[in-house]
Design a protein around this ligand. Structure first.
Ligand code: AMP
Length: 360
């Protein structure tokens, strides 16, 4: 089912997942007079605090999903590991955006890389790995160093291991618990960037300026906009982002992680949702990625992506959230606290955007 007429204020958006991304989506929806119904298994989900309605149930509780579907006008999600049978369940009942096909492509690293390579867009050399023998074959083909990643359910560096000269293939295979996998050639990149793009039901596309991303322990630490890359490289990245979102027939906001190596732009992976490296959009003068996603899935015209400030977004992990007092008084800083309970080590508790006048 698709949306042909914009959902009017007062309509209800159903969101699968109740973390900080759902929370910021619900806040953005609220600004447009739209309500959100959050569906999540955890009773203390951060998004519940700012939502009009909630369902606390497992993603495969089809009775709860039926009730949810009857109470919402469109369904979206804040994370890519929504079971495909859950997303498919809504078919014929209520529009779902992004669609199930895009979700399935992004859930499986082999499907994802095959799809992107099929568009003629550069990706790291890759091979499918299903057992020790196919890993050895893949290593012969791709060489070392390389990275072995589980096909599914990887995030923030989980489910992956680097294979350098010293590591035996048996040890690498054990590292990822012998799960179906992909072996990727190691890209000697200069920078990591991402493209945050949006597409509406009518095919309209908007692409934000490109952030440069720094990770620590595989978790995003900062996104800096603009990235310190040439205008040509930035234009290439944005063009590739537009090609990917159009080819996926995607509706909503997408995050596409890329490597820059010299003049080359190489796509690493797709996140079929709003993305941590797009949090800078909340304060830089454009329509935020959260409002943009809400606009796109509700059939509204897309908003402006024009940036009015330079910005560095920094994640607050674990106990770093205790910095809120000092950050709250710093001019030029915009603070976002996710309202989560326990500040576990490495847990994303909030972020802040430090703004400076636009230079470039
Ligand atoms: P991913 O889970 O695919 O986003 O990978 C997490 C991080 O590992 C990336 O942000 C990169 O820093 C690094 N990485 C992933 N794949 C490659 C690759 N093929 N070559 C070099 N570094 C990689």
């Amino acid at each position: 089912m698709i949306i042909r007429e914009p959902l009017v204020p007062g309509s209800t958006i159903g969101i699968l997942g109740g973390g900080q991304l759902a929370r910021m989506l619900a806040l953005a929806a609220g600004n447009l007079g739209l309500k959100c119904h959050i569906f999540a298994p955890e009773a203390d989900s951060a998004a519940f605090q700012v939502a009009a309605a909630r369902s606390v149930a497992s993603y495969t509780d089809f009775k709860a999903l039926k009730d949810f579907a009857q109470r919402v006008d469109v369904v979206t999600y804040e994370f890519e590991n929504v079971p495909a049978e859950t997303a498919s369940y809504f078919a014929g009942q209520v529009p779902v955006a992004p669609g199930v096909a895009a979700l399935q492509t992004a859930q499986d690293r082999i499907a994802e890389k095959t799809f992107i390579a099929g568009l003629g867009i550069p990706v790291a050399p890759f091979a499918e790995v299903s057992d020790q023998a196919s890993l050895d074959e893949a290593l012969d083909l791709i060489g070392r160093p390389s990275i072995l990643k589980t096909r599914r359910f990887g995030y923030d560096g989980k489910g992956q291991t680097r294979i350098d000269g010293a590591k035996s293939s048996a040890a690498a295979w054990a590292d990822i618990a012998k799960a179906p996998a992909i072996l990727e050639g190691f890209v000697r990149f200069d920078k990591e960037i991402s493209v945050i793009a949006a597409r509406g039901w009518d095919g309209q596309i908007a692409v934000y300026d490109v952030p440069e991303n720094h990770h620590e322990n595989h978790i995003l630490r900062t996104s800096t906009v603009p990235a310190a890359i040439s205008p040509e490289t930035a234009a290439t990245a944005r063009r590739l982002g537009g090609e990917v979102i159009a080819a996926l027939d995607y509706v909503g906001v997408i995050g596409i992680e890329m490597f820059v190596a010299g003049e080359d732009v190489i796509v690493n992976e797709i996140a079929p949702r709003v993305h941590n490296s797009g949090h800078w959009t909340m304060d830089a003068g454009c329509v935020s990625q959260f409002e943009q996603h809400i606009r796109a899935i509700c059939g509204w015209p897309l908003g402006s992506v024009e940036r009015h400030a330079d910005v560095v977004m920094t994640n607050l992990l674990g106990s770093e959230i205790n910095r809120w007092r000092e950050l709250a008084v710093e001019p030029g800083v915009r603070l976002h606290v996710y309202g989560k309970g326990e500040a576990r080590r490495g847990r994303k508790m909030g972020h802040f955007n430090r703004l400076t006048p636009r230079q470039g």
